[in-house]
Design a binder for this molecule. Structure first.
Ligand code: PCA
Length: 213
């Protein structure tokens, strides 16, 4: 099995993005799967084009993207991507679409096709907080979550994709009040555990992790 793992460059006021830092630290093989690493820009459409080029080049079985979710306190495994770009801040090339579809011809939403519950459980088994998330926001991470699902639906049948949001690193929050963070070591171990679950889970598991709101 080949897994393409992507991380973003820093965006907003940050000079570091834990997602690409974590991708860089992953081993070349996890549970027997070959790991292909790719840095993508925090830019709509361009991020997706780079992923499509990498799919053409490496023909991965799974595409797992990782992004920073500053303010979240655990590793969140995204369940769904929605067909909307509604950017609260400009991306790294100044684009700020409001209420535009990611793909005008696509459906409203896609569920990811990796086993989200099994991934959450496996991360927790390492003593690392994790949960299912039912929104990846409406910025570039949702754009990528949705966009890859759509790409697979129309062009690459049989491939699977997923998205992980990870918190700030401790060094990003030294000047922020009441802001959660997670160590680099923990995030690397958690992402590695999630990838093991993708490789080793033939069928999604039953785990109660729903939300009242
Ligand atoms: N996080 C942003 C985009 C890039 C990143 O790492 C997001 O959550 O949309």
């Amino acid at each position: 099995m080949k897994i393409l793992v992507t991380g973003f460059d820093p965006f907003g006021n940050e000079t570091i993005n834990p997602s690409i830092e974590t991708v860089k630290r992953l081993p070349g093989q996890i549970a027997g799967a070959r790991i292909i690493k790719l840095q993508i820009p925090t830019v709509c459409h361009k991020s997706l084009h780079m992923i499509e080029n990498a799919i053409e080049k490496y023909n991965p079985d799974v595409i797992l993207s990782i992004g920073q979710a500053g303010g979240r306190c655990d590793i969140s495994v995204e369940r769904v991507g929605i067909n909307i770009d509604d950017f609260q801040i400009p991306d790294n090339e100044g684009n700020q679409p409001v209420d535009e579809p990611v793909c005008p011809e696509g459906p409203d939403a896609y569920f990811v096709t990796v086993p989200v519950k099994a991934m959450v459980q496996r991360i927790r088994e390492h003593g690392i907080p994790a949960s299912v998330s039912n929104t990846a926001g409406t910025f570039v991470c949702n754009h990528v979550t949705y966009g890859i699902c759509h790409l697979i639906a129309v062009k690459y049948p049989g491939k699977r994709s997923g998205f992980l949001h990870i918190p700030f690193l401790p060094q990003q929050v030294t000047d922020k009040k009441n802001m959660p963070s997670m160590s680099q070591e923990m995030m690397t171990e958690g992402v590695q555990a999630a990838i093991e679950a993708i490789v080793e889970t033939p069928e999604e598991i039953r785990l109660e992790d729903g939300r009242l709101f």
